[in-house]
Ligand binder design. Structure first.
Ligand SMILES: [Zn+2]
Length: 342
């Protein structure tokens, strides 16, 4: 055993211990505590402190399953460092099965680092941040698309920041949307505080999607290998990678007519001029065909099949010929699984 320290919150978790704890971050109208479930696995060996957080948006459930599995999977004897598994960050939103904290619809992920004496969300963010996040060396924050949409499995990370780039590359997602996050999001605040953090966007709200959950678990294991948190961990490397920078062409394709939307693309890779969807009126007397303005990937897509003018249909980003060919090879190899993407 090296000089691994106890992990302190309002109690102590000694090196070699796993503790499932409930940490009070607010109170209900009844004055009862609102407690978030947290698992702390303090390894026997010295190493970095990593947080993995889920359900900052209360209806984004894929990450909740990922955190449950991580908390169950690793023993302190295997760990060089400490895992801080934040199972459900936004408990009021989770109980209501909605994105925001129900009281005044506050966005917990726009409330960091928070402060005492401020509004409900900022107080909760402050409790989370000061108790757990501030003690960590790096972090992975798990999200999904908002309801009525789905998103291709991808990472959001500021690839200009070398520490974040290392974390993002080791996680090994095919697709990375590079850029700084909103200023009061957990990713932005933690990263600016010297705690490199990536966001993982995975699929749909209100669902468990096993293929995406497995990919996130493999990504976390790869991070553990890179930082030697679990030195013998397996690295999963994606077949292709595409980092989308602010200079890349990207757009939200929007409906210009109202009606019923039928997505007709076969794969998220769509070539310039190919049809993405059709919008018809109820009599089928009018049809608007929406085509790809350039060759690209459908990163996010509408799930609700009705649209009015201006409604976003899909988030579309350009890919170069080399990446398109790599994706094409994966599709042809039969390894391509739409379940594992979107
Ligand atoms: Zn989210």
């Amino acid at each position: 055993m090296a000089n691994q320290a106890p992990f302190r919150y309002d109690a102590e978790v000694d090196p070699g211990d796993t503790r499932h704890v409930r940490c009070e971050i607010s109170e209900t109208y009844l004055g009862d505590p609102i407690e978030i479930p947290v698992t702390i696995i303090n390894g026997e060996h010295d190493g970095p402190v990593v947080y993995i957080s889920a359900a900052l948006h209360g209806d984004e459930l894929n990450g909740v399953k990922v955190v449950q599995e991580v908390a169950d999977r690793y023993e302190p004897t295997d760990i060089h460092g400490t895992l801080v598994c934040l199972h459900v960050c936004n408990v009021p939103g989770y109980l209501a099965q909605q994105r925001y904290i129900p009281i005044y619809d506050l966005d917990l992920n726009r409330s960091f680092p928070g402060k005492a004496g401020a509004n409900t969300a900022e107080r909760m963010a402050n409790a989370l941040y000061s108790t757990f996040i501030s003690q960590c060396d790096l972090g992975i924050d798990l999200h999904t698309s908002t309801r009525n949409r789905t998103t291709m499995y991808h990472v959001r990370a500021d690839m200009e920041n070398p520490a974040v780039e290392r974390l993002s590359r080791s996680f090994g997602s095919n697709l990375v949307l590079s850029g700084e996050a909103d200023g009061s999001s957990l990713r932005s605040v933690a990263t600016n505080d010297g705690i490199p953090t990536i966001t993982v966007e995975m699929g749909r709200a209100h669902r468990f999607q096993p293929a995406l959950i497995d990919r996130a678990l493999a990504g976390i294991e790869s991070v553990f290998a890179e930082y030697e948190i679990v030195p013998e961990a397996t690295v999963s490397w994606p077949g292709w990678t595409k980092i989308i920078n602010s200079s890349d062409e990207k757009t939200w394709l929007r409906a210009d007519t109202g009606g019923l939307v039928e997505m007709t693309y076969e794969h998220p890779l769509v070539y310039q001029g190919e049809t993405i969807c059709r919008i018809t009126n109820h009599f089928k007397t009018r049809e608007k065909v929406v085509t790809a303005p350039f060759t690209g990937l459908i990163v996010g897509v509408l799930q609700n099949p009705v649209a009015a003018p201006g409604h976003p249909l899909c988030h579309f980003v350009s890919v170069d010929e080399t990446t398109a060919a790599e994706i094409e090879r994966e599709i042809e190899s039969g390894e391509f699984s739409e379940d594992a993407w979107i």
